[in-house]
Design a protein around this ligand. Structure first.
Ligand SMILES: [Zn+2]
Length: 97
């Protein structure tokens, strides 16, 4: 599927851009708040991944908004809506959303 292929390319470009930016700014995982170790193998549970804010499995776009997340945090979240995760965490800041 040509369209899907183009989507994948766009996604990879977006993910790499996010990674570069997160590395530069020291942005933490948006799910657990812990920093990334960029030297880790990509298969490592604490490795950098780009998490879709709108899970693709829930109809979100493959090239939709991304946030940095650990591999284990990302897969633990799965298709759950972000609100579900936020509810599990103690709110650290006053609401920003
Ligand atoms: Zn994490």
């Amino acid at each position: 599927m040509a369209a899907q292929y183009r989507n994948d390319r766009a996604y990879v470009a977006k993910r790499e851009a996010l990674k570069r930016q997160a590395r530069k700014t020291g942005a933490p995982c948006h799910l657990c708040g812990k920093p990334f170790d960029y030297e880790l193998d990509w298969k490592h549970p604490m490795a950098f991944t780009a998490d879709h804010i709108d899970a693709v499995g829930n109809g979100g776009s493959m090239t939709g908004a991304l946030k940095p997340a650990h591999r284990s945090c990302n897969s633990r979240r799965g298709k759950k809506a972000l609100e579900g995760i936020k509810a599990l965490q103690a709110p650290k800041t006053s609401r920003k959303w």
